[in-house]
Design a protein around this ligand. Structure first.
Ligand code: PLP
Length: 380
């Protein structure tokens, strides 16, 4: 079996599991406890925070551990927008992950916010000009993802953040899918807040982090014992934090090589699929895209059925977005890119991790062609 659904989740890496082990067993303390067991856990948490900060190029005090990407996005969107006294307007895009879209919707429904969804072009790109036109005196936050989880398009985040800053507006980016592949240095990106999730880079599900710059106020979403400097109450997931820190260190060390190798393999794979499958179309931007994601539409088929045919041939992939898989709706991302609903339903996404070799990926294109032929044949 070849696993090409890394955008959904990845296996926990051995080094990561080993880094977690002590904090689940001997060093099991609560970091808030005033005794040696607790202090040892507190030290581990501080070390983990320092490693995540090194990954993102920020200060340790700017990192808040969360339960994952969803919580990091909720805290960024609700927390920053609600704490900002400028007003009640928020700007985002129609292709964000549900964690951002639903948080924005919550602000609209329960806190009197107005939301502007910036248009995206057929490749999924947001235009800086459209952002400049959407900014208002009462805009409290701009949230635009770094890389899209379905089509892999990478946004010009540094340019977009500059526009937000010219108007004094904080800028958040969801970097969950970019992690491990793109440079997440927050100064280079120019962002004020950035979300990451552990399980996309070889840490377990249930740990993530939110970077928030300096003294930008954040209204907590979880209330309680005041952990994480009051930003995120709840006894800290020390083993999870150690896991994220280890996965982040590994990602940082290997990122450039992994990204180069994956991009070359992706280009060959995309070429082979387009050559072998008549009518197939690559979705997302042709160049400004993640190295290890390739999503296609196969008009005249059904994505779910192609997926099943691929699985019969030993290839595991995804027909919809990572986290909305299983839902019957056509992808909101593909609809926003302008695909008609019937074509959007033919989408299949292939995404892989650094452990997948170029040769393995090469063997997939003929299986894709066979699976599509099978389903197209059935459909007619
Ligand atoms: N943001 C993006 C872009 C994602 O792809 C995902 C998950 O697939 C999330 C947020 C949610 O992250 P988590 O699964 O850690 O809650």
């Amino acid at each position: 079996m070849i696993y090409l659904d890394a955008a959904a989740t990845s296996a926990v890496r051995r080094e990561v599991l080993e880094a977690m082990w002590p904090y689940l067993t001997g060093d099991f303390g609560n970091p808030s406890s005033h005794h040696a067991v607790g202090e040892s856990a507190a030290r581990a948490l501080a070390d983990a925070r320092a490693s995540v900060a090194a990954w993102l190029g920020c200060r340790a005090s700017e990192v808040t551990f969360t339960s994952g990407g969803t919580e990091a996005d909720n805290l960024a969107v609700k927390g920053i927008a609600l704490a900002n006294p400028r007003g009640r307007h928020i700007i985002t895009t129609p292709i964000e992950h549900e964690a951002v879209l639903e948080s924005v919707d919550y602000l609209v429904r329960h806190h009197g916010f107005e939301a502007t969804a910036l248009p995206v072009d057929g490749d999924g790109l947001v235009s800086p000009r459209d952002l400049a036109a959407a900014v208002r005196p009462d805009t409290t936050l701009v949230s635009v993802m770094l890389a899209n989880n379905e089509v892999g398009t990478v946004q010009p985040v540094a340019e977009l953040a500059e526009i937000a800053h010219a108007h004094g507006i904080p800028f958040h980016t969801d970097a969950v899918q970019a992690a491990g592949w793109l440079d997440l240095n927050v100064a280079a990106l120019g962002v004020d807040a950035l979300s990451v999730s552990g399980h996309k880079i070889g840490a377990p599900k249930g740990i993530g982090a939110l970077y928030v710059r300096g003294r930008i106020p954040v209204e907590p979403v979880l209330h309680g014992g005041g952990q994480e400097r009051g930003r995120r109450s709840g006894t800290e997931n020390v083993a999870g934090a150690a896991a994220l820190a280890t996965a982040a260190r590994l990602a940082l060390d290997a990122r450039e090589t992994n990204a180069r190798v994956a991009a070359e393999a992706r280009n060959a794979f995309v070429g082979a699929v387009l050559a072998a499958v008549p009518g197939a179309e690559l979705t997302g931007h042709p160049e400004s895209r993640l190295p290890a994601t390739a999503s296609f539409v196969f008009p005249g088929t059904n994505g779910e059925t192609v997926l099943l045919e691929l699985e019969r041939r030993g290839v595991v992939s995804s027909s919809g977005s990572a986290c909305a898989a299983g839902s019957e709706d056509a992808s909101h991302v593909l609809l926003a890119l302008g695909y008609p609903e019937d074509v959007a339903r033919t989408a299949v996404r292939f995404s892989w991790g650094p452990e997948v070799s170029t040769t393995q990926l090469e063997s997939v294109a003929p299986a894709v062609a066979e699976a599509v032929r099978e389903v197209a044949g059935l459909a007619h």
